[in-house]
Ligand binder design. Structure first.
Ligand code: SAH
Length: 247
């Protein structure tokens, strides 16, 4: 049997947001390696598989990436159907790209299966349209977190006029706020901060660029959360609806 690994997006948490293809892969899996952002409820689809948690949260040290690579390789070479299940989409800040390249270089067949990424689900679940005719012509997904100290071109992001969706931003609110203000973004730019998007415990906090750090502190915003920064982030709020109705 040829070795194969499926790199599968489990979506943001709501089990109804799984794709049919993800469900099929889970059904067929012998071994499932999961990240801790994966909602355990989705594991009902892989009842016959051996489930191994390789997550990084909860104060535990990360499972070294190299160990995860080797584990996938070992099971694949044993002819097992391996599913690597990741929160959201495997290729949006999910290392799907790295894992696929590493495995393919070793002759392992890889199939990637999209999941609904947290940024899309978070926005939709609080009625924020990421693009909107006359308001936003594009969306930029960025992560505030880097491992190599490289920095984003915040000025370009501030000037670009697209809706910004920021992942891994909770610990970086101060930097994001300062950089975007310095980059010339309006202080009253609407911001929506969405915690635990698509899960029963989802919470949303609406704010502005100027106030976002203070509002997040009062709200006790916690990871996992995404930030939507842009004019569309005011949509879905009572004030916006009233203004639109009277326009
Ligand atoms: N591959 C994932 C992203 C992994 S990076 C995806 O496509 O969604 C981890 C970051 O994703 C978190 O720090 C947070 O910013 C975001 N995230 C993941 N799940 C989330 C959720 N249910 N609600 C809000 N943000 C989430």
């Amino acid at each position: 049997m040829s070795a194969k690994v499926w790199l599968v997006g489990a979506g943001p948490g709501d089990p109804e947001l799984l794709t049919l293809k993800a469900v099929r892969a889970m059904n067929e899996a012998d071994v499932v390696l999961i990240d801790d952002l994966v909602n355990p409820v989705v594991l009902e689809h892989c009842a016959a598989a051996r489930v191994i948690t390789v997550g990084k949260r909860g104060g535990c040290r990360s499972t070294p990436q190299d160990f995860i690579h080797r584990l996938m390789l070992r099971y694949a070479r044993q002819g097992k159907c391996v599913v690597r299940l990741k929160g959201g989409d495997p290729c949006i800040f999910g290392r799907g790209g790295e894992e696929a390249m590493w495995l393919r270089e070793r002759g392992v067949e890889v199939e990637l299966v999209n999941g609904i990424t947290a940024g899309l689900a978070g926005a939709t679940n609080c009625s924020v349209p990421l693009t909107l005719r006359g308001v936003s012509r594009g969306v930029t997904l960025v992560t505030a977190h880097t491992q190599d100290d490289s920095s984003l071109n915040w000025r370009a992001l501030a000037e670009g006029g697209t809706t910004l969706v920021v992942y891994m931003g909770v610990a970086k609110l101060e930097e994001i706020r300062l950089q975007l203000l310095e980059g010339g973004m309006a202080a009253d730019m609407p911001v929506a901060m969405i915690e635990n998007a698509s899960l029963p415990q989802q919470r949303e906090c609406r704010s502005t660029l100027l106030r976002m750090q203070e509002d997040a502190r009062v709200f006790a915003l916690k990871s996992p959360a995404i930030l939507v920064i842009g004019r569309v982030a005011a949509v879905g709020q009572a004030a916006y609806v009233a203004a639109a109705a009277s326009a």
